[in-house]
Design a protein. Structure first.
Length: 465
């Protein structure tokens, strides 16, 4: 088929720009919100994050199956962008609403709104991801689409993370529930508009049909060795990102402090969590732009391995950076380097899932694109569930203090809790990245193998048409 239009790639990017604005706030700030603003204990907040995201992950294959069997004038996956977008924004606002209830009532509210939000997130994000498999039949073009997707995603993440704390301050205060609520209202409106743009600017060019039963689809999926390996590696990648990201708000509050400034060419600017994360998102965009030329030259598997080895080294070195003015600059430099590398990884993983989908279609004669792409979302959410809960439980285990009254009285955080924060930013993510390298080492879909699969699939599709 002919190459797709630039406008379609831009439109596709708007979809993940919207999703990522929500997802990064959930991943990086929601644990802090629950423990320090909403008023849950670290243990309860950790259980909440784990339970809701496990449900979210389990629901992904269900949505994949539903979308695989949807047929409308707009296609199989694209209609869900239009249908679910309003509920996506409303649920995000409810999630950051703090009701005037007792502790038990607030805990129930948190469970209901978080499960609802993650269910709606699945309803729009799984079909959105699966669209990549039906917008083009060219493997390199899929990497380009994936790169546009992740470039826009990190752009949206930068906007939301960089502005989140200033928005909260402007809307009622960073330590105020009202500030968090109104900041999310503004983000939610922007997310709704971007999903509508994504629907309007894209088109499904390939028509695939699932001709086997749901049971056969699952059987084929469970027999798909590349899928197993890639989902394990993707889970580790998302665990790496979540552990570091969910720790940053605590790391800045208790290790760096809230009144730190840096000087750049004579200009003084505040060094805060949102700036650190926002610079990371911009650096992610640099990585995304580098993905196509690097993976095109080295191959997707080799690129995956080299990137993760580099993440291991940089994460370990981060531990030894001192909390001094020079050290703060080094932290920023390391954040830039680590984020460029994770930026390369993001479109790479999505493109590899598209290759796994092609492999499955050829080997098992089933077009289960939605089911396979939902597994990538499932890995993302399992990584988020485990990572977010682990951060909270580890902090609780090492005696981290969340009680505002105690902190106001001058009670310092235990030395063990501060050491835990340093490990969560360094050695623990390094171990996860190393595990990812070990898993993907056995991934069999090399560049040559994928080229051969694409040739065979074109023959089969031309006969079926």
């Amino acid at each position: 088929m002919a190459k797709t239009k630039l406008s379609e790639k831009i439109g596709y990017g708007f979809g993940d720009m919207s999703s990522s604005m929500f997802w990064k706030i959930f991943s990086y700030y929601l644990p802090f919100f629950y423990s320090n603003i909403f008023g849950l204990s670290l243990v309860d907040a950790g259980v909440l994050v784990l339970v809701t995201r496990i449900w979210d992950a389990v629901s992904d294959p269900m949505m994949g199956i539903i979308s695989d069997r949807t047929n409308t004038k707009w296609g199989k996956y694209r209609p869900y962008l239009l249908w679910v977008a309003p509920f996506f924004s409303i649920c995000g606002i409810l999630l950051f609403t703090t009701p005037d209830l007792n502790y038990g009532g607030k805990l129930i509210w948190a469970y209901v709104t978080y499960i609802l939000m993650m269910t709606v997130y699945t309803g729009i994000n799984v079909p959105y991801g699966a669209m990549l498999g039906v917008m083009t039949d060219d493997s390199n073009e899929k990497t380009v689409f994936s790169s546009f997707r992740m470039f826009f995603a990190y752009g949206g993440s930068f906007i939301s993370l960089f502005l989140w704390e200033p928005l909260c301050d402007a809307m009622g205060g960073y330590n105020s529930p009202q500030g968090w609520f109104w900041a999310m209202v503004m983000i939610a409106v922007a997310c709704f508009i971007m999903f509508i743009l994504c629907f309007s600017m894209t088109k499904e060019h390939l028509k695939t049909m699932s001709t086997v039963s749901v049971g056969s689809d699952f059987k084929a999926l469970l027999s798909n060795k590349p899928w197993w390996l890639l989902i394990g590696a993707a889970l580790c990648f998302n665990l790496f990102n979540t552990v570091r990201g969910a720790t940053v708000a605590y790391f800045f509050q208790d290790i760096i402090g809230s009144n730190v400034s840096l000087v750049f060419f004579g200009l003084m600017f505040a060094f805060y969590a949102g700036l650190f994360l926002g610079i990371g998102e911009v650096s992610n965009m640099v990585g995304v732009a580098s993905c196509v030329p690097i993976s095109g030259r080295l191959g997707k598997k080799t690129t995956f391995i080299l990137v993760n080895v580099s993440l291991v080294v940089l994460s370990i070195l981060f531990y030894f950076i001192p909390c001094t003015p020079t050290g703060y600059w080094l932290m920023l430099i390391f954040q830039i380097l680590i984020s460029i590398l994770t930026g390369i990884m993001s479109p790479l993983v999505w493109s590899m899932y598209a290759d796994v989908s092609d492999y499955a279609e050829l080997k098992f004669r089933t077009a289960s694109t939605g089911l396979i792409f939902s597994s990538s979302s499932m890995a993302q959410k399992f990584g988020g569930a485990i990572g977010g809960a682990a951060v909270l439980w580890l902090l609780d285990g090492f005696g981290y203090i969340t009680d505002a009254a105690q902190l106001a009285q001058g009670i310092a955080q235990p030395a063990e809790a501060l050491s835990c924060l340093r490990w969560l930013m360094s050695f623990i993510p390094a171990c996860v990245a190393l595990l990812s390298v070990c898993i993907v080492w056995f991934y069999p879909l090399t560049t040559e193998r994928i080229s051969a699969i694409n040739v065979e699939l074109k023959k089969i599709r031309s006969v079926e048409d």
